[in-house]
Design a protein. Structure first.
Lengths: 435, 435
């Protein structure tokens, strides 16, 4: 996004935990700041060396260590690329509990460190539930072996959670143990059109109850997002071309019985059509069509990039209020920018993207802090899944209480007294001393 | 179990967070130790005042604060009894993601503080995944408002996880926000017999794949457990009386379509019978029969209590090795005790119970530390779901590395510098100074 420019003279590619440990021990003793990097697919500047930090890239630690077919537990190194893990598991009859557009580059260590959400969250939930164990190296080089492979373990504080989502600021994740669900044979995808946001919401409530245990994704995009995809991505066609619609919803079901699941989804579509919740809809007839539906939803960020400068916000907002922010922002910005709303409706996660002719302080001043204040007022989160990174470190108080942030800073101080791990990120600068 | 005798001169029943805060502020300033109590259903002495601790009982904080029917998010006070929450949600068309035998007394604050597992874990996973937010009071009286009601929130360290499973030693949980799944209309239960443990294992693998998304419980008990239930609980009958079997398995499915789900479970049973995995089996025909099946599994702890003194162990062990411990223990103890194995097979969680004619140091010396060493050797956990409490605080190193326990102690020191919160519990005494 041309927002941050990295500046570093040294990139290290450790091959194993011991090397990470030696690097950190050395850097800590000399008070040299480091920035851990995975696949560099983050959107908030979390992996950017701000001044002169030493880059520690996990890419050379990319081995799968073990996979247990009985329990479905995978143990691997942090640098494994998500898509490679997905392919590996596919051959074993399992799937990763997370999937996201950046899967071809992002690494599992980065996914864990940023608590990535993604497309399967509505079904399989958070990494806090799916990650069973971690190995992490602390700032002083100490290796924390928390690499359990058990579904249940209540022996003391579950410290791995400190490293899930702390964006490399408390330690560097080097190994991951994760519970993977069995691959179910039947996947069905529908692409639907709704005329208003209220219908999208009602459709979600209905889907949760009627599709119940087979619902595996509930994504939405507005007509602005659809137009961008159709105009900027090659080979993408509108699956519902007969009319212009205001909203599009992608529903995926995953189950163990092809004919039954399909029948169930068809019945759901028919019922939704009859009750007027959807104005049109189509069920993917084969895997190519299914991919083409996903391509539309997953292609929105790419289409936005191609359209020009973009201001990106990743927000959690109670579902019923979510789209009001998009509408408010449109009124506020008028003709000066194209306001686009899409995201993981099933999780209450809106991606608000504002596409502008150029990066411009006047436009930015119209957006921020308005968008954060709006979100805070509605008890939302200013970062649903992207993290705070560099971009939002100072905005943390919009979503967290003063006492909570103070405790975060105390924990940072305890684990990284010299502040060498990913400085300027996550925590507000007022609470961190970089001397 | 007559194992611990509480000793306290003062029990306080705060009515709200502010009162908890004032109590802790006062106790902290005078260095008075406190023990937080929920429903007192723990099994490891976690809520017992060891010497003279002030008891802070959450029972008077029992209000439901809010329930959002769109998102299924429940917010309530810590003292709500689990069964009351289950009933409340039932009326709203939702269920709690956890359920356990002690539901009639245990409180949600205690469930969260001990990271309770229970009977629905195989389907809905851990409280680390289901609890969305918490309010907790720190040792110094500071109130930490982390009571978010969002499925996704990546704004800084997710500190609520520190309080989930730390058994009241880092703070007192006063409010909980939890994601509750929609109640699905179709619940089916089968009670099956297997002749050997290997068949139970294979049946689990098959069930995960063939019942897939509708599997909601997979519990087992051995013939020793069954005999105890039949002999000590009134009105319980063996659903499979035609022969004596070595193992019994209870399978529950939960889905959205009664006739289809039943058909699926029936087909699964038929196939398992034909392939010889099960030697007998019966499907509950109505809700009374379903309850009677659950009564057998849930009645095991009660039957054991009635049979006399019992040594209880709650272990996570890789499924394939789990029952070997029961057999090894039988060989080791010979005629001196009745060794019983049952538990949550679907989660790799064994409840090893040893029923003896009397509490006897000779028997105990035969069991401990052998059972912990065995578990540690197989990379298991010496506490799957019960926690460490007083009973196993000093045994933590069997399941956690030295560096990890050291960091736990540092975090304890940071949050509770005077060590007033639930002393003598969770962490090994060697790392805590009680001056």
């Amino acid at each position: 996004m041309h927002k941050y420019k990295g500046s570093s003279k040294l990139l290290l590619l450790p091959r194993n935990t011991e090397e990470v440990s030696k690097i950190l021990e050395y850097c800590n003793s000399r008070r040299l700041a480091v920035v851990p990097q995975g696949g560099n697919t983050g959107l908030v500047g979390g992996s950017v060396p701000v001044f002169d930090e030493v880059i520690i890239n996990a890419g050379s630690m990319n081995k799968i260590i073990a996979f247990d077919k009985v329990s479905g537990i995978l143990v691997c190194e942090a640098g494994c690329i998500l898509e490679n893990l997905i392919s590996y598991l596919d051959n074993q009859g399992f799937i990763m509990p997370l999937d996201l557009g950046a899967k071809g580059s992002c690494q599992i260590g980065g996914n864990v460190s940023t608590n990535a959400g993604g497309l399967r969250f509505v079904r399989y939930g958070s990494l806090h539930g799916n990650v069973l164990g971690l190995e992490a190296v602390l700032a002083n080089g100490d290796v924390l072996d928390m690499l359990g492979t058990l579904r249940k373990d209540n022996t003391g504080y579950d410290l791995k959670h400190l490293f899930i989502g702390s964006e490399g600021s408390l330690g560097i994740v080097t190994k991951v143990s994760i519970l993977t669900p069995p691959k179910l044979s039947s996947v069905n995808i529908a692409f639907l059109a709704c005329e208003d946001y209220l219908s999208c919401q009602k459709l979600l409530s209905e889907a949760k109850r009627k599709l119940g245990e087979i619902l595996s994704a509930f994504e939405f995009l507005d007509s602005h997002a659809m137009d961008l995809v159709l105009n900027h991505l090659e080979g993408v066609r509108n699956p519902l071309p007969s009319a212009v619609h205001n909203f599009y919803v992608l529903i995926e079901t995953t189950g163990s019985d092809e004919s039954y699941d399909k029948e169930k989804l068809e019945a759901f579509l028919l019922h939704s059509m009859e009750s007027g919740l959807i104005s049109d809809g189509v069920l993917a007839q084969d895997i190519n069509q299914a991919s083409s539906f996903w391509r539309i939803r997953e292609g929105v960020p790419e289409a936005l990039m191609r359209a020009g400068p973009v201001y990106k916000y990743d927000l959690s907002i109670p579902v019923e209020k979510m789209y009001s922010l998009v509408e408010d922002m449109r009124l506020r910005l008028g003709q000066s920018a194209n306001v686009v709303g899409y995201g993981h409706l099933g999780d209450g996660n809106l991606h608000l993207n504002i596409s502008a002719p150029r990066y411009d302080d006047t436009i930015l001043a119209q957006i921020e802090p308005y968008v954060y204040e709006w979100t805070s007022k509605h008890r939302g989160s200013i970062s649903a899944e992207h993290g705070l990174g560099l971009m939002k470190a100072n905005e943390i108080f919009y979503s967290k209480s003063h006492e909570t942030v103070q405790l975060m800073a105390s924990i940072k101080k305890l684990l990284d007294p010299n502040g060498i791990l990913n400085p300027y990120k996550v925590l507000p600068h007022s609470l961190c001393s970089y001397s």
